[in-house]
Design a protein. Structure first.
Length: 96
């Protein structure tokens, strides 16, 4: 399910000339490898956030359902448990 990140190779001069284009490539999920001559100098990659992407969660849930032969149903107190967890952590999310 996890796909490999595409790589884009650019020279130092290309990066300096158009940093906006570099950041756009990163926003689209690519890792930009900055090269000096024929040597990799640095890599600019998207920041990996906490947890799994929603598409990966959905795929895992579907695979679990297929293994079980039925869709699991949360117990009646599940919503209360989730709300209690949310209420305990009302501070704004500020990733490191």
């Amino acid at each position: 399910m996890i796909e490999e990140m595409p790589q884009v190779h650019m020279t130092e001069a290309e990066v300096v000339k158009d940093i906006q284009a570099v950041l756009e490539k990163v926003c689209q999920g690519a890792e930009v490898v900055v090269e000096r001559g024929h040597r990799a100098l640095a890599a600019i990659a998207p920041v990996k956030g906490p947890g799994r992407p929603i598409d990966e969660c959905i795929a895992l849930a579907k695979a679990h359902e297929k293994r079980l032969g039925y869709a699991p149903v949360p117990d009646p107190d599940f919503a209360k448990d989730v709300q209690a967890a949310v209420d305990l952590h009302r501070e704004p999310l500020e990733p490191p």
